[in-house]
Design a protein around this ligand. Structure first.
Ligand SMILES: Nc1ncnc2c1ncn2[C@@H]1O[C@H](COP(=O)(O)OP(=O)(O)OP(=O)(O)O)[C@@H](O)[C@H]1O
Ligand SMILES: [Mg+2]
Length: 459
């Protein structure tokens, strides 16, 4: 049962009719008091609540009521309805645990979509699952091209599988090369929209001045350079999924424009005032920390809540080193076919060696390293030496960015990997490694012993 709370009879009635037409049971409440009474008498699945209660209100009553619901029935999702002018109220509500917000005047399609999404998400809360295996997931879902069985990754895949059929927006965070795009594709492939288009847009690559024309399209003559009609990315993606990559790069002006489309699911083509409807699933990705950008005032908080109904953080490769051998095998299998070298294989030692490399560029870097190595290796069995020769990228200048995340490594681990990296780079030449690391040869030997790194004593 869905509880509709609004002091305006007309709003209650129209929402109620709409929801009933689509098979939902509803109840209506005109005041917070009535709402809380009904909540005690009935098992609620969802609450839809107008924030702009009574005339003298500032939305405060709405927030109070929301808080009361979240305290008493934390499991029941609450969708807020606000006016465009009071979006800050919606943001406040999201912080208090609202499931979603809708601005007035709403589009019925979008409202129904939001209701269905909130309901299905509340039926699959993220939870622990002891017996989660890759095999089980693969029986249920389609995660081809995604290699790995790290427990963190399995949790992510499970969640993706569960939420894929909803229309919930998904935000994928993760360092460069961790597989964000693959995950975005997996959301689409496991959704009901899978036979519709999947359109990728790199927002980092679109100049602010061209944002509207790129995204919404334009009519010939809409502006000086518009020599012909152009179909916008949203139109291309209509009925399917749009993947907004590098969303953290979007400037403030474009953020407002994007928010509007996502909110209303309508847009206008430049040079054509007719408003067009959109039916779209939004998946965003970023390697930035959006929450921090919000705090710094560089990313709109309302847009942030709009795009991150579901958030997925992909682990860095160093957080899942056990997957490295699997990934390498997978890449080698593919390369065997590409280069017609069926005998190609990789020595267990090489796999072990690769597991210990830091890989700041994550899976993409690993993939490139394997590919380079295969290209130059003459022997069909790849050894640590083959990889070492390709992994030397020259000394990298130390900067905050190239350091692993706080908590990811202890100082000892950091020291050990730096020594291993240098040994690989200088082909185990102790004098060169010692010089590069700024320690004496004796000090380097001590550390090699301490960390159990193999070496050949030289004089
Ligand atoms: N789990 C995985 N299994 C197999 N290949 C993977 C996996 N994750 C990533 N890759 C491969 O690694 C490369 C980088 O992945 P992807 O482009 O999805 O990363 P990204 O997070 O979008 O990176 P960026 O932030 O640089 O855009 C791709 O070639 C992709 O196919
Ligand atoms: Mg990417």
């Amino acid at each position: 049962m869905i509880l509709i709370i609004d002091d305006d009879l007309a709003v209650r009635a129209s929402l109620s009719i709409l929801l009933k037409q689509h098979g939902f049971k509803t109840r209506e409440a005109a005041s917070p008091k009535e709402a809380l009474e009904l909540a005690q008498q009935h098992a609620l699945q969802l609450v839809i609540m107008d924030m702009n209660f009574s005339i003298e209100t500032t939305g405060h009553d709405g927030l109070q009521l929301l808080a009361a619901f979240k305290q008493r029935l934390p499991q029941v999702p609450v969708i807020l309805i606000t006016g465009w002018g009071s979006i800050s109220l919606a943001v406040e509500g999201m912080r208090l645990g609202a499931a979603d917000f809708i601005t007035k005047p709403w589009s019925n399609d979008y409202l129904l979509q939001a209701v269905r999404t909130a309901l299905s998400l509340s039926q699959h809360p993220p939870g622990k699952d002891e017996a989660l295996t890759r095999k089980k997931l693969d029986q249920q879902f389609d995660f081809r091209h995604i290699v790995g069985q790290d427990p963190q990754l399995l949790q992510i895949l499970k969640r993706i599988g569960q939420i894929a059929p909803t229309d919930a927006s998904v935000l994928i965070e993760g360092e460069s090369g961790t597989g964000k795009e693959l995950i975005a594709e997996a959301v689409h492939r496991n959704s009901l929209r899978k036979s519709q288009p999947f359109v990728k847009v790199n927002l980092g690559g679109i100049a602010a001045s061209l944002f509207e024309s790129e995204m919404f399209g334009h009519k010939r003559g809409a502006f000086t350079d518009a020599k012909a009609d152009r179909v916008g990315r949203f139109e291309l993606a209509n009925k399917g999924t749009i993947f907004l990559d590098e969303i953290g790069e979007l400037d403030m002006n474009s953020q407002v424009k994007l928010l509007r489309v996502l909110q209303d699911r309508t847009y206008e083509v430049l040079g054509d005032s007719r408003s067009r409807k959109l039916d779209i699933r939004v998946v965003c990705a970023t390697n930035k920390n959006l929450e921090q950008l919000v705090e710094e005032g560089k990313f709109r908080e309302d847009l942030f809540y709009r795009i991150n109904l579901i958030k997925v953080r992909l682990p860095a490769l160093r957080e899942r080193p056990e997957d490295i051998p699997l990934l390498v095998q997978f890449f080698v299998e593919n390369l065997k076919k590409t280069y017609h070298r069926p005998e190609l294989e990789i020595s267990p030692k090489a796999l072990q060696w690769l597991k210990e490399l830091p890989f700041p560029g994550n899976i993409r870097e690993l993939k490139n390293l394997v590919e380079r190595t295969v290209l130059v290796a003459e022997d069909e069995v790849l050894t640590p030496k083959d990889f070492q020769a390709q992994s030397q990228q020259g000394p990298v200048k130390a900067s905050d960015k190239s350091l692993p995340a706080v908590g990811a490594m202890t100082l000892d681990e950091l020291e050990a990997s730096m020594i291993k990296k240098s040994m690989a780079y200088y082909h185990n030449n102790i004098s060169k490694v010692a010089r590069a690391l700024g320690v004496s040869r004796a000090a380097l030997y001590r550390r090699l012993e301490k960390f159990g790194i193999p070496y050949e004593p030289q004089d």
